[in-house]
Design a protein around this ligand. Structure first.
Ligand SMILES: [Cu+2]
Length: 422
């Protein structure tokens, strides 16, 4: 049987298309594990809606933690800008808050801090978008939190983005001043084209080869000089007139604000104690990543310095939240804690914490064993009997194991934690 070349390539292309599967989102999984585990850890991310109409708003809320053991390869978050990530201006940010303070400008953060944020997003262009919280670090680039699809549903023709100005008038940001911008742009395009065409018509290329051969009066005539002087004077004059008329049309203007603010520290509440105020101390002893088991096993010494019994209920890293199943039966990702149960006040215990899931591979976090600095990082969540939560940072070196069934305790049957780590 002979298969035509076209048919063969169709089969090959079809096979590639089928095997490629559906490609979604932003490629956030391609960021190196250390960037996702040891810089900014987003948690409690919530999208108030999955569908908005153009002009309708939704809340994007959550918290993020700045990791104390910030990697040397990334600029520290001394100056950050809180934003969200969608493809293009398909949604608008109408408000942004961090720890109860409006953050319109860039702001500073300190390492080891927890920040509570809220952004009010407005639907604009019809479509479905993967919406992430995002923190831009000056000199370091953007770091994104977890993403969820939000659909902007409905016709967006006639969409208005109205804002009230300081002087009390309302302007539609979609087309405010657009006539002036297009008018001036068109005007200068005409002037520029005239100047260009004038010299092309002279003609330009032939005279280049005549430079130094013929007298310069033949290259640039007195008529050329007149045109140049008229254009030069006209340009200065038009710019001045443009400045004066625009200034009188918009008498009250302020420049774009480029200052930096300082976000206050997140105050502890009964329900939530940020890491800076945590009374539980965690000291990592050792950690192992089991490649076949897709499992991160940690051996951590925990000292409960609070006056209530505390139980480890979760481990958060790189937008993944592993939770202890007896406390959170609905959690998709589970963490196994031994010995499990409340730690009495003042008590110090060694816990083995195993976070096992295919997500390590799926999110390409298993690559952390190929980092030149193989260290893990994450947040431990401790809960008292009333489900009040404390956030405790944990992180340290990871040793890979290529054997199945390894845990932080057994180390794959060969490697065991030694006193050198204590
Ligand atoms: Cu995405």
């Amino acid at each position: 049987m002979r298969i035509g070349r076209a048919a063969l390539s169709a089969i090959v292309l079809g096979a590639i298309a089928v095997s490629a599967g559906t490609v979604w989102a932003h490629g956030e999984r391609s960021q190196e594990p250390f960037l996702r585990m040891r810089t900014i850890t987003f948690y409690d991310t919530e999208w108030s809606k999955s569908k908005v109409k153009p002009g309708e708003t939704m809340d994007l809320t959550g918290k993020f933690h700045t990791f104390s053991e910030w990697p040397q390869a990334v600029n520290t978050p001394e100056s950050i800008f809180l934003h969200f990530s969608v493809p293009g201006p398909s949604m608008l940010k109408k408000e942004a808050w961090m720890n109860g303070m409006p953050v319109i400008n860039a702001t500073s953060t300190i390492l080891g801090g927890d920040y509570d944020y809220r952004m009010v997003l407005m639907g604009r262009v019809t479509g479905t978008y993967h919406v992430h919280p995002m923190v831009n670090i000056a000199g370091g680039g953007p770091l994104v939190g977890g993403g969820q699809f939000v659909t902007v549903d409905g016709d967006w023709t006639g969409f208005q983005n109205n804002v009230a100005t300081i002087d009390g008038s309302t302007v539609n940001m979609e087309n405010h001043g657009l006539g002036r911008i297009i008018g001036w742009w068109g005007f200068w395009v005409v002037i520029g084209l005239f100047w260009l065409l004038y010299w092309i018509k002279r003609p330009f290329l032939r005279r280049v080869f005549q430079v130094g051969v013929v007298p310069e009066e033949q290259l640039v005539s007195s008529g050329d000089k007149t045109v140049a002087v008229v254009l030069m004077v006209a340009t200065v004059l038009i710019v001045s007139i443009g400045y004066v008329t625009t200034n009188s049309a918009y008498p009250i203007t302020i420049p774009l604000q480029a200052g930096r603010m300082d976000t206050p520290e997140l105050a502890p509440t009964t329900a939530f104690t940020p890491y800076a105020h945590a009374t539980i101390k965690a000291r990592p002893i050792t950690a192992i990543y089991t490649v076949p088991g897709r499992s991160l096993g940690m051996l951590v010494e925990i000292k409960n310095g609070s006056n209530r019994p505390q139980q480890l209920g979760g481990f958060i890293t790189a937008n993944l939240q592993f939770r202890e199943p007896s406390m959170f039966p609905d959690s998709r990702l589970k963490v196994k804690v031994e010995p499990n149960g409340p730690i009495a006040p003042g008590q110090t215990v060694q816990l083995t914490i195993d976070a096992t899931d295919a997500e390590w591979e799926y999110q390409r976090l298993a690559e952390l064993i190929y980092d030149s600095d193989s260290r893990y990082g994450g947040l431990l969540e401790f809960f008292d009997a009333d489900k009040n939560r404390q956030i405790v940072e944990v992180g340290g070196p990871v040793i890979p194991s290529f054997e199945g069934g390894a845990t932080a305790m057994t180390g794959g049957g060969k490697w065991r934690p030694t006193t050198q780590y204590k």
